[in-house]
Write a protein that binds this ligand. Sequence first.
Ligand code: NCD
Length: 304
Amino acid sequence: MNQAARGSLLGIEHLGAENIMGLLKLARRMNPLKPRPLLRGKRVLLLFYEASTRTRSSFEIAAKSLGAMTTLVLSSGSSIEKGESLLDTGYTLRAVGADAIVIRHPQAGAAALMARYLDIPVINAGDGMHEHPSQALLDAYTILRHKKALKGLQVAIVGDIYHSRVARSAIHLLSKFGARITLCGPPEFLPDTALTLAPGLHIVRTVEDAVHGADVIMTLRVQKERLAGTKISLQDYVARYQMNMARLKLAKKDAMLMHPGPIIRGLELTWEVADCAQSAIVEEVRNGVPVRMAILAKALGKAG
Ligand code: NCD
C-alpha cells in the first residue's frame, strides 16, 4: 500500500481520519454547476471491468466539471477481451497519456496492484468484495448534511454484508469516527468474522432489533453476481430482512434510509420505502459528484 503512487485512493481502511475529513471538506467547496478548470489539460482514464451506472457517470461528470478530459475503457470491446493483463492495460493507458486511472475490477486488490506499478494516481472505484472508498465518502458526506456528527450515531447496516464492498468501506469509515454500528443479515451474508473488520461492531439477527432506535439505516443490494454456491432463498430474505415501512418506523423519527444503488425494488426494500421522505437514495447519488470532484482534485494535487 505504502508504495502506491502518490494521490491514489485505494481504500478507507488505511486512510487517516484527517485525510477523510479533508476530502469531505474539499467536497463541500465543489459545485458541479459551477465548473472550475482546476484539472484543465489532465486526462482521467475510466477503466471499468464491471457494470456501473452511478460511479462511472459521476466520476466522468466530476472530472469534466474540473476541466479534465476523460476516456472510458470497458472490459468488453477492449484488448482485455483478448487476454491482456491488468498491468499491461495499465501501462498502455499510461503510455497514451493518462494522468490518473479510476478502476473498477471484480478482484480484490486490483487497484492496489495497478497503483504499485504505475507512477500516476489510481482511484479504486470498487475492487471485488474488498472496498469502494468513494461510496463510503459520499455516504459520510450525505449523513453529515443531515446529522451533526458521526460520533455516537446509531447505524444499522442490513443485508448482503459479506459480498458488499460498500458495507466494508462504510464500516471502516464510520467506525473511525465513533459511530455505533449494528450489522444484520442472514448468516450466509453475515459471517461472524465480520466483527473483525472494526472494533465495537455488533451482530443482531432480526432486522427489527437492528433498526430499533437507529439514526441511519443502510440497506444493500443482494449481490446476485457473487452468490455462486450460496443457497439463499430470496423469498425468505424478503420475509425476514426486507426494509418495509413497518420496520422503518422502529428507527428514530428522523432516521435516514440509505442504499448505494442499484436498488432492486421488492427485494431489499419496498417501493414505498425507496420513495419515502426519509429516503436519501437519490441524494447519495447527487452527492457522488462533488465528492468525486474532491477525490480527483486531491489525487492530481490540485486541492487548493
Ligand atoms: C455498488 C457497487 O458496485 O459496489 N454500487 C455502487 O457503486 N453504487 C453496490 C452494488 O452494486 O450493489
